[in-house]
Design a protein around this ligand. Structure first.
Ligand code: FAD
Length: 638
């Protein structure tokens, strides 16, 4: 067997985006030794790409804002399928997490009187997104890295070793989690550059690996987002929930083809940009769904008044939750009112002076100029839906981030529950901070109470080595499969058959195709040697994409209703009987297949605590809940 480099830590955090870094800081603050492993460069994660901002009810732009309103908006956005406890913790703790970032050195944009400025975003009642221009994620990552450096300097002062308690392993991909008697014992992976194999022994692992967008052709996600954490968790015995819910962000670039899918921040609409069809009509007024009737402006004048003063008018339907806007754009294009390249127009040019656009949206201005030769201060952008975010993820305990497997924790986009069937913009950055911290605390508490440290077996390490190197095995004559071909077929299948609008026969066809791809995967072969070999990397990522895509497709087939990021053409409308039902994906952890069979089982969630339920009007809940459930509402009890 080839050599395996070995390291030992108390906690291993897999992923160096916002959730991972916040978990690292917390576990180190608890006095533990922490490794942070990331498959891209340190500092290059999705979090760094986040543009619009971080939602927190600080009440700076409108003092009526509070955690209860943020909680209610989040539940509405998720169509009441959210894990309400996560939504509660998130709304309560987000303002503290934003303030805390400033103590690490972050500097958010300011109001004229020096408070943190907050911008409008879809589904948020008040301007709520703390931001740094349209480069908020960059500031988040920059300051958390700075905090990590300052902790390393403290460690140096105490021990003479900067890396005594926190060490970064960048460009290192984890391919397997190892267990001992069912509890986490370590993580196995490889260095992307040298191809060398590496083992981290640790009793606690925090997964913070982000999303799954690379299973789709048109996506805002970059190459790392192949659902690794989701698949690692499943294979180690944890469960996934809500995998049928994918967010198609309404505004991705549609032209030129080379940049199709790249995100156009919702901040454009938050700052006054409007959607128009090819007839120049602001069409969103035609798409206010029944559940939101009465909450959104019905005329252009009212919508524009709201932008000037959000207390004197109702909010613009351009800022409906993302699932609604994405479906509306889809409808307009289908009806022949789209742009030349199959999108709609997003117009900020006619809404404010050019210098103001450049000041507020510098990255968008640059992105369109460089990539599409469009000057957004003078002409509208062409935009359309792009696969952006997965609401589904690892099922965790809301308070500690613990997954079903002892010693396994998860936070951020790879965890599930918080956002229900649809995430509100800005609620991810705050989620990362709130639950990254909680997962760091949860992992630390777990490690501190252990008496015996689980140890991975040499048999399991050998098996992980064999699986990682399998793509180099020579295939049977004529049977070799190219990972790039399989990936392209997978992306097209998911895009066409399990995309924004779904139908039973199409999802069934997707599952058949996934089965075929899984069989062909057994013969996937790469050429060359282990040092930087992107074909090999993709071959390993592909197993994760296949397993996660199967979860998405199987859950999408079972859920016979339309809700949030899951639209079934053959089952339009929400069905209250489905509202509280989670679809739980699992595999047999004893299976040694790299892509084991997925089972999907319905499970009911714990009903919301009565005092939280009482925050909503009975008339609103009636749109979502069954009569039987509503009997618990204080107003119903009389
Ligand atoms: P990420 O930041 O995605 O980081 C994942 C980490 O895991 C990376 O370090 C990666 O290298 C590592 N990793 C993955 N697999 C492995 C493996 N096998 N081994 C080792 N390491 C691994 N949200 C908002 O709230 N507001 C916004 O304005 C906003 N704008 C966005 C703009 C864009 C273009 C995109 C793509 C997303 C945006 N989002 C926004 C969503 C938000 O940025 C993400 O949901 C969030 O950053 C995810 O953070 P995370 O910490 O969970 O993971």
């Amino acid at each position: 067997m080839p050599d395996v480099e070995r390291h030992d830590y108390d906690v291993v955090v897999i992923g160096a985006g916002g959730a991972g870094l916040r978990a690292v800081i917390e576990a180190r603050e608890q006095g533990l030794s922490v490794a942070v492993v990331c498959k891209s460069l340190f500092g290059k994660a999705h979090t760094v790409m986040a543009e619009g901002g971080c939602a927190a009810s600080m009440g700076n732009a409108n003092e009526k804002d509070n955690w209860q309103t943020h909680f209610k908006d989040t539940m509405r956005g998720g169509k009441f399928l959210n894990n309400w406890r996560m939504a509660e913790l998130h709304a309560q703790e987000a303002p503290d997490r934003v303030w805390e970032l400033e103590t690490y050195g972050a500097l958010f944009d300011r109001t004229a009187d020096g408070r943190i400025s907050q911008r409008n975003f879809g589904g948020h009642t008040y301007p709520r997104l703390a931001h740094v221009g349209d480069r908020t994620g960059l500031e988040l990552i920059r300051t958390m890295q700075q905090k990590i450096v300052s902790l390393q300097q403290e460690d140096y002062a105490q021990t003479g070793d900067y890396e005594a308690r926190i060490k970064v392993f960048a460009e290192c991909t984890i391919t397997e989690l190892l267990t001992d008697a069912g509890a986490i014992a370590g993580a196995f992976g490889y260095w992307r550059e040298s191809g060398g194999l590496v083992l981290f022994t640790a009793p606690a692992i925090v997964l913070a690996t982000g999303g799954i967008g690379k299973s789709y052709t048109v996506t805002s996600n970059s190459w790392e987002y192949t659902g690794d954490g989701h698949a690692l968790a499943l294979r180690s015995g944890a469960t996934l929930i809500n995998m049928e819910f994918l967010q198609f962000h309404p505004t991705g670039m549609v032209w030129p083809p080379s940049v199709k899918g790249i995100l156009v921040t919702e901040g454009v609409r938050g700052d006054g940009g409007v959607l128009k069809n090819s007839e120049g009509k602001r069409f969103m007024f035609d798409y206010i769904p029944a559940v939101f009737k009465g909450q959104y402006a019905e005329t252009e004048e009212e919508a524009d008044q709201w932008l000037r003063d959000n207390d004197s008018a109702r909010r613009t339907p351009d800022l409906l939750p993302r699932d609604e806007v994405a479906r509306a754009i889809n409808e307009e294009v289908k009806a022949g009112r789209g742009t030349e390249h199959g999108g709609v127009y997003l117009d900020i040019a006619s809404r404010m002076p050019a210098d103001e656009i450049v000041r507020r949206l510098p990255s968008m201005h640059h992105q369109f100029k460089e990539l599409a030769d469009v000057d957004i201060t003078a002409e509208p952008m062409e935009v359309g839906p792009t696969c952006h975010y997965v609401m589904g993820g690892i099922e965790v305990d809301p308070d500690s981030g613990a997954a079903l497997v002892p010693g396994l924790f998860a936070a951020g986009e790879c965890s599930g529950g918080m956002h229900g069937s649809n995430r509100l913009g800005g609620n991810s950055l705050s989620d990362l901070l709130v639950f990254g911290r909680r997962a760091g605390l949860g992992a630390s508490a777990y490690v501190q109470q252990l008496t015996d440290k689980p140890k991975p077996s040499e048999t399991d390490i050998d098996a992980a080595t064999k699986t990682a190197l399998a793509p180099f095995d020579s295939p049977a004559e004529g049977a070799g499969e190219n990972p790039y071909t399989l990936h392209a077929e997978l992306q097209q299948t998911m895009n066409d058959l399990v995309g924004i609008i779904r139908k039973e026969h199409e999802v069934r066809a997707a599952i058949d195709k996934l089965n075929e791809l899984r069989a062909r995967y057994a013969n996937v072969t790469v050429t060359g040697k282990r040092p930087f070999n992107p074909g090999w990397h993709l071959a390993l990522d592909l197993a994760n994409m296949l397993i996660v895509s199967e979860c998405v497709a199987r859950a999408a087939l079972l859920r016979t209703e339309s809700r949030g990021g899951h639209t079934r053409d053959d089952h339009p409308g929400m069905n209250p009987d489905w509202r509280n039902t989670l679809l739980v994906c699992a595999v047999d952890p004893a299976s040694d297949a790299q892509i084991p069979d997925v089972t999907v089982t319905p499970a009911e969630q714990t009903p919301m605590r009565a005092e939280l339920l009482a925050l909503f009007e009975l008339s609103e809940l009636e749109k979502y809940y069954t009569e039987q459930e509503l009997a618990a509402h204080p107003a119903a009890e009389g």
